[in-house]
Design a protein around this ligand. Structure first.
Ligand SMILES: NC(=O)c1ccc[n+]([C@@H]2O[C@H](COP(=O)([O-])OP(=O)(O)OC[C@H]3O[C@@H](n4cnc5c(N)ncnc54)[C@H](OP(=O)(O)O)[C@@H]3O)[C@@H](O)[C@H]2O)c1
Length: 264
């Protein structure tokens, strides 16, 4: 299937590792130009170097910006070139009891997970509407509806982006711009791998055993019953960002392996 992404320019927030990095790889494979983002020049340069090894002719730029700092986001936006596809991927979480979660914790989660996408979309969506083409994807999480008790702040940000995404889609009526969100389930990033390794070590079990425990105890409705790979999530995100996905607009697409339950 030709995703018709050649010549498109993509900005992916939080893309020096994890799901974002995998999204960048797939866009490059499809012939798009990518803008990589992380908090520091060093991490961005390292990610670009890795990508250049696999895609020596790929068009890869970097833009360091910490989305917890509004002034850094402001200067990032000033430097952005024309962007066809915006992937609002950056997301942080801290597992904490609700009673220990401070105002600072709440604000940091909202700055990085919600305001990143709000600020980038406020700048880029009018330009997309003007040229009558564009794609915006928000990366939510199964936690948006599962709301684990130790992740209430994180989960709230992931529910918020669903509303923002739907609201922005309403502004695209009659155009060839779409705004959607995707809802991944538990995904095997470097962070998740470390989490399983630590748990396995402390419980004197194998990583397969602690992964099976996690799904039977914390994600009993999962039909996949394992972590999705970053590629399994990223492939779907790239599809919904492509020109051929024009019929999907204002949607929240579940990539949760069934963990959220229900039909839709
Ligand atoms: N992994 C999962 O199981 C899972 C499940 C559902 C949803 N999600 C969602 O999917 C998205 C990606 O998750 P992930 O697990 O791939 O994340 P991750 O591995 O923790 O992402 C790391 C990336 O985020 C960047 N980053 C972190 N804080 C940043 C900040 N303040 N400003 C700019 N960049 C920042 C890092 O950049 P540097 O280190 O270079 O600064 C790095 O590129 C998130 O929105 C997450 O909520 C993940």
């Amino acid at each position: 299937m030709d995703l018709q992404l050649k010549g498109k320019t993509v900005f992916i927030s939080g893309s020096t590792s994890g799901i974002g990095f995998s999204i960048a790889r797939i866009f490059l494979k499809e012939g798009a130009s990518v803008y990589i983002n992380g908090r520091t020049e060093e991490s961005v340069a390292k990610a670009i170097q890795l990508l250049k090894t696999d895609f020596p002719n790929g068009k890869i730029e970097g833009a360091a910006s910490d989305f917890s700092k509004a002034e850094e986001v402001e200067s990032l936006i000033e430097k952005l070139p024309e962007i066809d596809i915006l992937i609002n991927n950056v997301g942080i979480y801290t597992a904490k009891s609700f009673f220990d979660t401070t105002d600072d914790d709440w604000n940091r989660h909202f700055e990085v997970n919600v305001m990143s996408g709000v600020r980038l979309s406020r700048y880029l969506l009018p330009k997309m509407l003007e040229k009558n083409w564009g794609r915006i994807l928000f990366v939510s999480s199964e936690c948006a509806t599962l709301v684990p008790a130790d992740l209430i702040a994180y989960s709230s940000t992931k529910t918020a982006v669903l509303a923002i995404s739907r609201g922005l889609a309403q502004l695209t009526k009659g155009s060839s711009v779409t705004v959607n969100s995707v809802i991944p389930g538990s995904t095997m990033t470097e962070g998740a791998e470390q989490f399983l390794l630590d748990l396995a070590r402390s419980n004197k079990k194998t990583t397969s055993e602690v992964e099976a425990d996690f799904f039977s105890e914390a994600r009993p409705n999962s039909l996949l019953q394992r972590f999705a790979s970053v590629e399994e999530i990223a492939n779907t995100i790239v599809y919904f960002a492509s020109p051929i996905a024009i019929a999907t607009n204002g949607s929240a697409v579940k990539l949760d392996g069934g963990s959220m339950g229900g039909i839709i």
